[in-house]
Design a binder for this molecule. Structure first.
Ligand code: FCX
Length: 509
């Protein structure tokens, strides 16, 4: 099959069977012991979650469906021969476990473009915030607003003909207004037999029925859920929501950028461009190298197994669907993930890195000596701050996401002064963090490098950088979300204890 949906339809039943078998054959196998340190240490080192799309090895770094970053760079289809992988190819890989052909990726690019329309009320929701609001706040607000469906606003007279199903609605609508009927008609489209759905509304209890309709006018998942979809089919509307969301987020994100930094002059999508390139284009950057950078950027930032703050948040929130919390569709889950990503020890670190590097240059100039740099690092540490871009909760070696960005820089911008400073930091920081004695991983992570590359091509607004990370994360988080639904993964509900409980338990054992 050439299309992604058909491939998934074939793959999902196999994997459902596989999971059943694992449960029945290995359900009682022990995976490790939980120590008090682990409970107090933010659950580090506890294996406790299923995450199919990627796996993080402390030494090797991330593998997407078993493929390392260099393997992805080699094997996933690219826009130019030998160029950086197309993020659509990675989405295909995460969802199906297979490397797509170039034709399949091109078809997926086209499909994403066709799903990218963003309703006006999303822009209005963003515009309601001061343009000085942090870009992540504006972006997450836009994503929340995306969850609300496009309403077809019809002008309602006393007798309105519903064009979609040629049902004549005899209306006593006076006090309800056009918005409500627009909502109903939009929902009506979803039902298999809209005429039958709308008929009782024409004569019956308007208000009750309208409220029922309005609740349904949100994500495809929510509509299906409210309409009583069978559990085994949850993944289908989640798939539709997820693809829509992945397609829409670059449009929303670039709107935030243009609103904040380019007087609100929006650049429309280019129908000839792939996902990553289009994002760069809508931000206002068209140089071929920047397009390549964005393809690489989106690919490597997409997924980093399940326990990191943003991925875990998206997963945790979405799983509450299964206890009938009718709210947590992909839009709401992803908005929650974005709020997690906006923290300075997680995604916001990419902003912090560039600001920190610029503060080094401001204080010491671009031709800083190694000794001066060492002093600056110590000064940062002594003032009780972290050195942004270094360290990791799981990784224990240099992040391969850092390495591939370093290779990109060596190829395209070896003489950039800020890149040279980043290279110097690679020599200077790890020995200092090691000397501190408590840092488990002194090596650089993904965020140590991304800013200087973007800065080189003119995307200099560091406060915006985490939004780019966020757009990329839609691919990983939504892919796993589809699998959460396909595999029927249950609500997460780890047990918590108090200090009293810990003391009592430990004294007794
Ligand atoms: N600078 C200074 N101190 C650091 C440090 C750094 N870069 N990295 C770790 N430490 C400190 C911790 O703050 C902690 O100190 P404490 O005991 O006084 O609280 C101690 O070393 C042990 O921490 P460790 O177990 O090594 O690391 P954690 O798992 O607790 O934290 C992060 C991991 C990533 C949060 C930590 O290394 C850090 O704060 N780094 C800087 C911020 C950063 O780059 N974040 C991005 C991470 C990632 F790539 C992403 O999610 O985007």
């Amino acid at each position: 099959h050439q299309d992604l949906h058909s491939q998934l339809k074939e793959f999902i039943p196999e994997q459902q069977e596989r999971l059943k078998k694992i449960k029945s054959e290995y359900g009682k196998v022990q995976l490790g012991n939980i120590t008090v340190d682990m409970v107090l240490g933010g659950m580090r080192g506890m294996t406790g979650m299923l995450w199919e799309t990627s796996l993080l090895d402390p030494d090797e770094g991330i593998r997407f469906r078993g493929m390392s970053i260099p393997e992805c760079q080699k094997l996933l289809p690219a826009a130019r021969p030998g160029g950086e992988p197309l993020p659509e190819g990675l989405l295909w890989l995460l969802l199906t476990g297979k490397v797509p052909t170039k034709d399949q990726v091109d078809a997926l690019s086209k499909e994403l473009r066709s799903r990218a329309a963003v309703p006006d009320h999303v822009y209005k929701a963003i515009d309601a915030l001061p343009s000085s609001a942090h870009p992540m706040t504006q972006f997450a607000t836009g994503v929340m607003a995306l969850q609300v469906d496009k309403l077809k606003i019809l002008t309602v007279t006393k007798q309105t003909k519903c064009v979609d199903n040629s049902l004549l609605i005899k209306s006593t609508l006076g006090k309800m207004g056009s918005l409500w009927v627009g909502a109903m008609l939009s929902v009506g489209k979803y039902f298999a037999d809209p005429a039958a759905f709308l008929k009782p509304l024409a004569s019956g209890d308007w208000l009750t029925n309208c409220v029922k309709c309005l609740k349904g006018v949100q994500s495809e998942f929510q509509k299906a859920y409210e309409n009583g979809i069978h559990k085994s089919k949850y993944w289908e509307p989640t798939y539709v929501d997820s693809l829509n969301l992945i397609a829409q987020v670059p449009v929303v994100a670039s709107y935030v950028y243009r609103r904040m930094y380019k007087n609100g002059q929006v650049v429309p999508m280019d129908d000839s461009l792939d996902y990553g390139a289009n994002f760069a284009h809508m931000l206002g950057f068209d140089s071929p190298d920047m397009l390549e950078l964005m393809r690489l950027y989106v690919t490597i930032h997409s997924d980093h197994e399940g326990g990191n703050v943003s991925a875990h948040t998206g997963h945790l929130v979405s799983d509450s669907i299964l206890v009938a919390s009718a709210l947590s569709d992909p839009y709401l889950s992803f908005a929650a993930a974005l709020n997690g990503l906006a923290g300075p020890l997680h995604g916001l670190a990419n902003q912090e890195v560039l600001l920190w590097i610029k503060s080094v240059v401001d204080e010491c100039g671009e031709n800083i000596t190694t000794e001066q740099l060492k002093d600056y690092v110590w000064k940062t540490l002594k003032s009780g701050k972290v050195v942004p871009g270094f360290g990791h909760g799981v990784l224990r070696k240099t992040d391969p996401r850092y390495m591939c960005q370093r290779e990109f820089a060596l190829k395209h911008l070896p003489d950039d002064p800020l890149f040279q400073l980043v290279s110097k930091l690679y020599d200077v920081v790890p020995p200092i963090l090691t000397e501190l004695g408590k840092v488990k991983n002194p090596w650089p992570n993904v965020d140590a490098h991304s800013g200087v590359l973007l800065n080189h091509y003119g995307l200099t607004e560091a406060r915006y950088y985490t939004v780019l990370f966020g757009v990329s994360r839609s691919i990983g988080i939504c892919s796993q979300l589809i699998w959460d639904r396909a595999l029927g993964l249950p609500l997460e509900r780890p047990k918590s204890v108090t200090m009293d409980w810990l003391e009592d338990y430990c004294k007794k054992s």
